[in-house]
Every structure is written in C-alpha cells, then in structure tokens.
Design a protein around this ligand. Structure first.
Ligand code: NAD
Length: 258
C-alpha cells in the first residue's frame, strides 16, 4: 500500500537529540517541526533545551524537553518510555547530538576516541534500536541521522575519531534502511558541510585566514545555515519523502560532490 502523503503533522511525534544549542541544527529542527504542527520532544544534555520546548509551546504546538546524556543507555531508555507513555507513539527520530574534538591522530587518546564514537555514532544506534519496535508496530517511521562531510572525505578541522564516527553513521543509516524498509520505516542521513553554528568554534565573526581559504573551496561561496539543514531534515521526515531511504543527503554548497 502506498502511504498517505497528506498525513497531518499534528498527528506526528518528533524526537530530536542535541536540540539545546542556541544556534544549532537540532534547535532549528525542533522549532521547524513545531511550526509544522508536530509534537516535539527536544532532548539535550544542556537544560537550556527547556527553552526550546517552551518556545514551541508558545508558538502553538505540543513540546516537552528531556535533559539527558546520549552516551547513557539507561537515560535513553527511560526517556523514550516517558515519551511513549505521554504521546503513545514516535513517528520521527532525528539523531543530531554530536561533539567534535579537533586533534591530530598522533595525540588522540583512547578515552577521547571512545567519547567521540559514543556520542556521534553509538548514541544513534541506541536511540534507533529503542524506537524501532514502536515504529514497526505502526508500520511507519522516519529516522534521520546527522553525518558530516568529514565522514565522506576525511576531516577538515575535526579529528579522525569524528570522521570515523560520521562514516559509521552512514553505514548504520544504509543498513537500517534495508532492514526496516518493509515496515514503512525510512532511514536517511543528512551530511552538512560548513554550517554556522557553535560547533567547533567556527563563528560568523571569524574572518580569519582559515575561513577565507575554506570559502574559496565552496562553490556556493558561503557557509550554510542551521535553517537550511533543518529544512532538509524536515523534508526527509515528511510523509512526502516515503520513497527515499538509505540516502546520504549532502547540504554543503557543493563543497563535496560525489
Ligand atoms: N555545524 C557544522 O558545520 C556541522 C557540519 C557537519 C555535521 N554537523 C553535525 O550536525 C550535528 C549538530 O551540529 P551543530 O553544529 O548544531 O552542533 P552544536 O554544538 O551547536 O549542537 C550540538 C548539540 O548536541 C548536544 N550534545 C552533545 N553531546 C551530547 C550528549 N552526550 N548528550 C546530549 N546532548 C549532547 C550539545 O549540548 C548541543 O546542544 C552534529 O551531529 C554535528 O556533528 C555539524
């Protein structure tokens, strides 16, 4: 059966991790879902995420905030139980929380490697594993993972652990897409290039030589915005994107074309 393309956003529950950061992709995505009318579960380790849920409610949609560490499985299980109790179902999962530790492979300790892998890759596996049974039961789901240009071609300003984690995210995405295709569940990744957030300390005001050099490499001649990434995520999360699965969607101004 071809799924309904006009599924009402108001019926949908979207879980977004890493939704706290002030200029971040996760916050923009959560706000975007709220503006579409979806119910939003905004998750972050920073309690500031409460502000995001409050803003979504003020704009007229349902939202709750949950403060947790995505590297702690027990906290994830507890949170998703709470979401299912409160909303009854989960339609959309956006695995967005991430960290970077710019560092040379020569200096990366085992614990730093494990922290980046746990945050940027393993947490997406755990969240996905936890939401799948409820999605399978309803034969509907949209999972969107955040990869990175670093996972596709090696890092620019991040470490090898970050590149490895983001490459792993692409493998996880493709596998989940294949294994869950028969349940009406799609799984895609969005792979941003240089986006103006606080990630990695690269800010709008940074007019340094490094920034100028990077801009020359980007055909669009500019960095991207969190809004541009959020819009792509929300399209992939929409009923209209039901025949797109296992894709890695680049949002990078042409910086990496494959
Ligand atoms: N900004 C970019 O240029 C860029 C490029 C490629 C990929 N990405 C990816 O996009 C995603 C979002 O990036 P962003 O630029 O919005 O970053 P950001 O730093 O602005 O936001 C990341 C959020 O994740 C949260 N977080 C980190 N570790 C956590 C943990 N253990 N538990 C719970 N929350 C945690 C942070 O508190 C923060 O709110 C990341 O996965 C990142 O790797 C970003």
């Amino acid at each position: 059966m071809i799924p309904r393309l006009d599924k009402d956003w108001g019926e949908q529950v979207a879980v977004v991790t890493g939704a706290g950061s002030t200029r971040g992709i996760g916050r923009e995505t959560a706000l975007h879902f709220g503006r579409l009318g979806a119910s939003v579960v905004a998750i972050d380790r920073d309690p500031i995420v409460g502000e995001v849920a409050a803003q979504i409610r003020a704009e007229g949609s349902k939202a709750i905030a949950i403060t947790l560490d995505v590297t702690k499985d027990v906290e994830i299980q507890r949170a998703l139980d709470q979401v299912l109790n409160e909303f009854g179902h989960i339609d959309i999962l956006v695995n967005n929380a991430g960290i970077t530790r710019p560092n040379s492979i020569l200096n990366i300790s085992r614990s730093e490697w494990e922290l980046v892998l746990a945050t940027d890759l393993t947490s997406s596996f755990v969240f996905t594993q936890e939401v799948l049974p409820a999605m399978m039961k309803r034969k509907y789901g949209r999972i969107i993972n955040l990869s990175s240009i670093s996972g596709e071609r090696g890092g620019v300003q991040n470490g090898c652990h970050y590149s490895a984690a983001k490459a792993g995210v692409m493998g996880l995405t493709k596998h989940v897409a294949r294994e869950m295709g028969g349940y009406g569940i799609t799984c895609n990744a969005v792979s941003p290039g240089l986006i103006e957030t606080d990630f990695g300390g690269f800010t709008e005001g940074d007019a340094g030589e490094r920034r100028a050099l990077l801009m020359k490499e980007i055909p669009a001649g500019r960095s991207g915005s969190a809004e541009e990434v959020a819009a792509t995520i929300c399209f992939l999360a929409s009923p209209a994107a039901g025949y797109i699965t296992g894709e890695i969607v680049d949002v990078n101004g042409g910086w990496h074309i494959d």
